[in-house]
Design a protein around this ligand. Sequence first.
Ligand SMILES: NC(=O)c1ccc[n+]([C@@H]2O[C@H](COP(=O)([O-])OP(=O)(O)OC[C@H]3O[C@@H](n4cnc5c(N)ncnc54)[C@H](O)[C@@H]3O)[C@@H](O)[C@H]2O)c1
Ligand SMILES: O[C@H]1[C@H](O)[C@@H](O)[C@H](O)[C@@H](O)[C@H]1O
Length: 333
Amino acid sequence: MSYGIGILGAGVMGSDHARILASQVAGAHLVAVFDPDRARAEASAGANGARRVHARGIDLIDDPEVEAVLIASPDATHAEFVLACLARGKPVLCEKPLAASAAECLQLIEAETKLGRRLIQVGFMRRFDPFYGDLRAGLEQGGLGPVLLAHCVHRVATVPGYFQADMSITNAAVHEFDILRWLLGQEIAAVQVMRSRRKSTATLRDPLMIVLETDQGVVADVEAYMSAAYGYDIRTEVVCEEGTAELARPQPAAFRRNGSVAAAYPADWRGRFADAYRLQLQGWVNGVRSGVPAGASAWDGYLATIIADAALKSLNEGGRVAIPAATRPALYR
Ligand SMILES: NC(=O)c1ccc[n+]([C@@H]2O[C@H](COP(=O)([O-])OP(=O)(O)OC[C@H]3O[C@@H](n4cnc5c(N)ncnc54)[C@H](O)[C@@H]3O)[C@@H](O)[C@H]2O)c1
Ligand SMILES: O[C@H]1[C@H](O)[C@@H](O)[C@H](O)[C@@H](O)[C@H]1O
């Protein structure tokens, strides 16, 4: 049996998820699309075999042929859509961030906990990226000794028009917060944002240096640079007592000429994380079908958001901001 999926949002990510679902994922098919920009919804539905385009998001969630929902609409719309899915008992893959505020994340956790089963997966797709998978497996194998430090680089060539200053943290750096928790198996206990000199052409507060401390004393720095111009560049290196572990990256073709070598960078995340998006969707579909959830939970989404809130507080008010330890509800253990 093939599972019926509905997608909310047919912009950059919604249309990419629809394409991947229709062409590269087994056990599910696209049933319906909603986007207030109807032409976009129709283009994505038409290209990917969906039966219909809905006039409202809630109609898509109510569609009896839609058995599970993928949310790829703007960040501020996520919480309401996730709640509606939970109210109808429909599994949901929600793009990051889970919600626009920690209070909204908690509301979703409360609703899911009341249901007593996990229906929410958050789109922290790096957890499915083979290169991050290898890095984590290598760290778990041991041999490098205890972790001391981590360095993360998050460079984006340019940001879309809707991108606002806080989104360097709430929309971009949240990936680093989540992947550090996942890689190290530690919780973030404090954060401090250092402002470098602002890039002269930047409209955002760009770049930022974010320093995180874990509950086991590891320090990690995250460079968040949203106007890096040359391409999309994501790096991670973990420094341990007996050696280091560095994230490998897909190797593009190299061109040697006139005493130099050049290799193309992906323009954005869709190229760099193509495998991760595909594996994430397949993992979600498998989880929905088997009832065994995969990927980041609502709890992981909540923790990424509270770290982001603390980072924003540090950016705006200065200083180190402690993040109180939170008690994980039994559903997420
Ligand atoms: N996981 C990742 O790597 C990744 C990458 C990029 C974006 N995202 C996330 O995906 C989401 C979408 O980002 P995007 O880059 O595709 O943005 P986008 O602007 O390209 O697309 C968003 C689409 O949502 C539509 N929309 C607006 N209001 C809506 C509503 N109420 N209901 C349904 N659709 C609505 C817009 O018309 C637009 O077509 C965001 O939450 C973003 O954070 C995740
Ligand atoms: O929304 C995007 C997306 O989540 C990418 O994966 C991230 O690298 C970008 O910085 C962010 O703006």
